[in-house]
Design a protein around this ligand. Sequence first.
Ligand code: GLN
Length: 615
Amino acid sequence: MPFPTVASPIGHYLQHLHDKFARLEDGQVATYIPELGRANPAWFGIAVATVDGQVYEVGDSRQEFTIQSISKPLVYGLALEAVGLKQVLARVGVEPSGEAFNSISLDPKTGRPLNPMINAGAIATSGLVPGSSPEERRTRLLELIGEFAARDLAMDDAVYCSERDTGHRNRAIAHLLRNFDIITGDPEDPLDLYFRQCSISVTCRDLAVMAATLAGGGVNPLSRRRVLQPQNAGRLLSVMSSCGMYDYAGECIYNVGMPAKSGVAGGLLAVLPGQLGIGIFSPPLDAKGNSVRGIRVCHDLSQDFGLHLFNSPRVVTPALKHVQSGADVRSKRLRAGAELEVLRRQGGCIRLYQLRGRLVFASLEPVIRSVLREAADCTHVIIDLAQVADLDRASCRLLLDLRDQLVRSGVRVFLTGAADNQTLRNYVVSRFDEGGWTQLCGFDSRDEALEACEEELLKRHGSKRPEPPGVPLKQQELCRGFTPGELQDLAQRLTALDLSADAEVLAAGSAADAMYFLVQGEVGIFLKPDGAAEQLISRLGPGMSFGEVALVDRAPRSATVRALSDIQILRLSFEAFDLLADEGLSHLQTKLIANLAGVLAARLRSANAEIRSLK
Ligand code: GLN
């Protein structure tokens, strides 16, 4: 039986809003541009798009209408990208006028329009669109606005002609701007481009996607293309929040709490930075030129979904996943004897900070506090960024400043899991140089850095792993407490093998028929989880044994063992081990098994300590 489709609570809620406000019949369809007067006052669509590209839509969400003034912030963003902040600010200000959209709000001295959301500022902004001819500028502008919607858009010729032939006030504004040299050349050119940009046909679904592009810092959630640089998206939203709704701007940001922009054809776009974009279409307008239903829907959405920008709860998840001490967690190099003892006593001087998620000031600041609180007890700090999804330049700076402070008090610091992070790399290199990057982030894996810290600790405490010629049988960890006679008996039953680096000693899944003592060199233990790449689980050095667990349970090999360097090993077949009893040497069996139990107990304890430290 097929499963019933479950309706989304979000779509369901939007339908409820639509039903609620469809009944509202206040407001008048704009007629000052004659062609707009043909709109059906009952048209009503709502769309919400998330920054990860999910679009919810109800009602007439695919009905086309002209974008009108909602083109203003978009063209402003494009002008910032094309000619840069300085040039743009020289022509258009960012002060709210608190006046109607067609007010002639120019600075009395310079003639500079107060902001780009009123017609004067918008016409000046259209004058900044680059291109060698009016056609080229027009095509370019249409393409770029299409990038915000993630589809090709077209202009509505009837509306364009209608406005061009009746837009005397806008024509007057353009000539006034020419008089002040805010626009240069023929004022009819930017004026024409302005009329054309206002006549671009969109749906309220398009508006939601455009708004989500702004919410996502300039990246279109559908095409995944960057349309604006994040700082320009931020500038656009700032000016939209203070000026986007003309003489309703103050009330809008007060009540709805989102930067928003309306157009006389009945469109409305609102943005909740970082979260979502809203597009609404309903032609009847209030006295201030904003869609009546549009404002009511925004208001309800804001209240019911808690979208008010200045009334939102903390959304930052703590960046510190856990702190571990080198006493609890070890590198993959398994150690024996004196080394193990030193790490057990001194390992606490190594601290590992596992960070995750998004690093911004508010998520990083508690990490800094926690590192500093424990710094007095540390000699080594590893900060692992492998699970960090995103970090900005500000957090790079804070991380490096933290590192400087630690280094100043003699603590060694490693940043790991950051090899692919271009932002961090650029920052470190700009602050130091390539050498600084290698020094700070030279170990990409947390495990390599941890091993380096352990080695430094061991050196400091004078217990270094023996150099070749290796660890003879009598010093092997499983032979602790053996008498010289017992060692000799055991030695007679061993086969010495020399293997070169990369040789496979044991294959996962194969039958177990022997155990090995590692005399010289290094072996790695590898696991291959289903469908994933092979992983190095641990590394063993001279004096340790492997394949010995099967001595107890005789089960097939659970992992692959491979030589990491040239190695020398001693093989004890299980057959020879079993025969010991018949040969009157069962005490050898007992001693080996007892030592093995000791080694396994120590490993189990340290695994438990590591698990506990992950709390
Ligand atoms: N094209 C319209 C005008 O300049 C745009 C105004 C608006 O949408 N508020 O009159």
